[in-house]
Each structure stands twice: as structure tokens, then as C-alpha cells.
Design a protein around this ligand. Structure first.
Ligand code: NAD
Ligand code: UDP
Ligand code: UDP
Length: 338
């Protein structure tokens, strides 16, 4: 289905955006910050395949060169190792701003969301580029409204262990809207819900990657708390489609981009058992502080304004991630086993 985690769920060149199919379109110069990461690298694949020139800026903190290596040697592709907390001068038409340590084990004590976003907005202002921020469902905190609609302001603890991420992204949204209103920068805001797929970090502690790696390694699946908390899991190709539609469309947002299919962590463990190893054991562990009890996107707005909705269910998407993880954990010599 994919090579080097490259999804073959292909979308036609120019299938979205203002340029009609079939017409020659001048390639854009597109900056993808965090483009060597999980989501970013899949986005880069799509942009490269439709003929654009892509500059990836990444400090390789959680991203990996391997995720974009298949573009090395292509004159339309460039990888710059750079921390977006430092200013950066480039000339581009669009900026997809993804750079951010996105997992709880990585994101603490990091000014990327605020300073990095400010720099990229400054860059967008100087060169007149359109700027897309990848915000998060975490801006809703431990939500008191269910499912979450974009108009909900959220329930976030400003001084907790997750605040650096939640409040960092909330500040990033504020900066984005201020540059939009104050400096007329064209902006787009996506609020991304839990996303999984090939190339996800194996050991960054997120639940889908943990369960899949644990099941493959014949270790028990670690369920935190009572396992009744819920999340809604989106396959990465659906997210990339949504991000491109948002960038090319006319609406600022914010837009929820997520799959409304909601699962408890125990239900997720069951899907992983069914997909990988029905004898996998479950081990309960204490939950982390301020863990949101439930999360599910209301995607009415994205459906109406972007004509977007996810297509890949958890049971369809998980196997595509499993074969990538199997290869990375056991190496190429293991073809079908594990
Ligand atoms: P990821 O960790 O795989 O990718 C983030 C990338 O940013 C990595 O390649 C990392 O090296 C890079 N980076 C981090 N700090 C940087 C810095 N200071 N300068 C330059 N590069 C830096 O995570 P991902 O899941 O691909 O997330 C991408 C974006 O989507 C993030 O902004 C994240 O907040 C957002 N998001 C993701 C999810 C999800 O479930 N994956 C959910 C909500 C929001
Ligand atoms: N910036 C950048 N690249 C650019 C333009 C600006 O990294 O091409 C940074 C700049 O260093 C500053 C931030 O973006 O820290 C905000 O820039 P802006 O011009 O909006 O603010 P100012 O410099 O006027 O305070
Ligand atoms: N979780 C779990 N086992 C793990 C890792 C996470 O049960 O090995 C739980 C975690 O407590 C949370 C949910 O899974 O309730 C989602 O966690 P993740 O870090 O993947 O995403 P986020 O909390 O940022 O939505």
C-alpha cells in the first residue's frame, strides 16, 4: 500500500484548490515547518506530487530525515535544519506551520508555539505568504461541551502540566488572528484532533503508537486510568486532505479536522488486539494529570465550508500503520511475521 511509509491512497494532482483539473498550473513555493515530522512528511508528499516546490524547515527534534529522504535529489525539494524559534529569511507563497513538539513527553518547557509562530507570521507578513497554523483540539482543554464545536472557548488549566501545549497553541491562534487583523496576513487555522498513521514516532508516548508498538513487541497494552476516557482517531491521509483544502479555500477558520468516530481507550485496545494480536494483555497504569475525559470533533463547519470529511475508519487505517511499525521495529528482514 505504501513505500517508506508513503501512502498510495493518491489524490489527483490539483484535485483541490482554485486551479481546475487539467489546466497547467504554476508551481507554488511552499514552506512546511515541521515537515520532517509525522503529519508534515505526508503533507510534503502530497505537495511534491502535485508539482510544487517545497522547503522543509525542521530542527529534527522529533522529526526524522528518513521521512523525507525519498525527495532528496529532487530540485523542487529542500530540507533546512533550523529551529523556528530563531528568525528565518525565505521567499515563499504559502507557509504550513506545523513545527511543534506535539507529544506530551516532548512538549513541556518549549517556547516553539509562541516564538516560532511569531517568527513564521513575521515571515508571512514580509513576503505576503498565506499562513496556515496547525492548532489542536487541546485548545478545548477538558471540554465541558461534547462534541466540540469551533465556537466553544474551552476549559483549560493555565498552570497545569499540559498548559505549555494547550496555552501555547491558544496563544499561537491569538497571534495568527492578530497578524490577520492587524497586518492583513492571509491566515488559516486548523484544530487537529488525534491523528495516527505510518511514520508516527514509535516511542513518543501517544496512545495509538504505544498500543501498536506494545502489541507487536508482545508487551502488555498500557491503559492509563480506567480506560473509559475517549478520543476520536483520524487517519493521516484524511488530515492532509483537510489541511490542503483549508489552505486553498477562502475561509480563515478555525476548522476542526478530525474523525468523529469516538472510542474509549479500552475500545481502542480491543481494535489493536483484533488487528495485531488477540492474545495481547492489558495492563492498567495511573493516568496523567489533567487528562481530558472525552474528545470528539463536530465537523459540520468543515463539511459545509471545505467540502471535507474523513474517509478512513480506525479499523481500515490501523493496518496501514501496523505494517509501517512492523518494518521499523523488526527491520526489513521480517516480511509478514512479528
Ligand atoms: P511531529 O512531532 O511528528 O512533528 C513535528 C515536527 O516539528 C517534527 O519534525 C519536529 O522535529 C519539528 N519541530 C519541533 N520543534 C521545532 C522547532 N523549534 N523548529 C523546527 N522544527 C521543530 O508531530 P505531528 O504529529 O506531525 O504534528 C504536527 C503538527 O500537528 C503539530 O503542530 C501538532 O501540534 C499538530 N497536531 C498534531 C496532532 C496529532 O495527533 N498528530 C493533533 C493535534 C495537533
Ligand atoms: N521574522 C522572521 N523572518 C522574516 C520576517 C520576520 O523570522 O522574514 C521574525 C522577526 O525576527 C520577528 C518576528 O518574525 O522576531 C515578527 O516579525 P514582525 O516584523 O512582525 O515584528 P517586528 O520585528 O516588527 O517586531
Ligand atoms: N493513554 C493510554 N495509554 C498509553 C498512552 C496514553 O491509555 O500508553 C491515554 C491517555 O491517558 C489519554 C489518551 O490515551 O487519555 C490519549 O493520549 P495521547 O497522549 O495519545 O493523546 P492526547 O492526550 O494528547 O489526546
Amino acid at each position: 500500500v505504501y513505500h517508506n511509509g508513503h501512502l498510495a491512497t493518491g489524490f489527483g494532482i490539483n484535485s483541490v484548490g482554485k486551479i481546475p483539473l487539467g489546466l497547467k498550473r504554476k508551481g507554488l513555493r511552499i514552506l512546511v515547518t515541521g515537515g520532517a515530522g509525522f503529519v508534515g512528511s505526508h503533507l510534503v508528499d502530497r505537495l511534491m506530487s502535485r508539482g510544487d516546490s517545497v522547503i522543509v524547515v525542521d530542527n529534527l527534534f522529533t522529526g526524522r530525515k528518513e521521512n523525507v529522504m525519498h525527495h532528496f535529489g529532487n530540485p523542487r525539494f529542500e530540507l533546512i535544519r533550523h529551529d523556528v524559534v530563531e528568525p528565518l529569511l525565505l521567499e515563499v507563497d504559502q507557509i504550513y506551520h506545523l513545527a511543534c513538539p506535539a507529544s506530551p513527553v516532548h512538549y513541556k518547557h518549549n517556547p516553539t508555539n509562541v516564538v516560532g509562530t511569531l517568527n513564521m507570521l513575521g515571515l508571512a507578513k514580509r513576503v505576503g505568504a498565506r499562513f496556515l497554523l496547525t492548532s489542536t483540539s487541546e485548545v478545548y482543554g477538558d471540554p465541558l461541551q461534547h462534541p466540540q464545536v469551533e465556537t466553544y472557548w474551552g476549559n483549560v488549566n493555565p498552570i497545569g502540566v499540559r498548559s505549555c501545549y494547550d496555552e501555547g497553541k491558544r496563544t499561537a491562534e491569538t497571534l495568527t488572528m492578530d497578524y490577520h487583523r492587524g497586518a492583513s496576513v492571509e491566515v488559516r487555522i486548523a484544530r487537529i484532533f488525534n491523528t495516527y498513521g505510518p511514520r508516527m514516532c514509535i516511542d513518543d508516548g501517544r496512545v495509538v503508537s504505544n498500543f501498536v508498538a506494545q502489541a507487536l513487541r508482545k508487551e502488555p497494552l498500557t491503559v492509563y486510568g480506567d480506560g473509559k476516557q475517549t478520543r476520536s482517531f483520524q487517519f493521516v491521509s484524511d488530515l492532509v486532505e483537510g489541511l490542503i483544502r483549508l489552505m486553498e479555500g477562502e475561509h480563515v477558520g478555525p476548522f476542526n479536522l478530525g474523525n468523529p468516530g469516538e472510542f474509549t481507550m479500552l475500545e481502542l485496545a480491543k481494535v489493536v488486539q483484533d488487528t495485531i494480536d488477540s492474545s495481547a494483555k492489558i495492563e492498567f497504569r495511573p493516568n496523567t494529570e489533567d487528562d481530558p475525559h472525552k474528545r470528539k470533533p463536530d465537523i459540520t463547519k468543515a463539511k459545509e465550508k471545505l467540502g471535507w470529511e474523513p474517509k478512513v475508519s480506525l479499523r481500515e487505517g490501523l493496518p496501514m500503520m501496523v505494517s509501517d511499525f512492523r518494518q521499523r521495529i523488526f527491520g526489513d528482514h521480517v516480511e509478514n511475521g512479528g
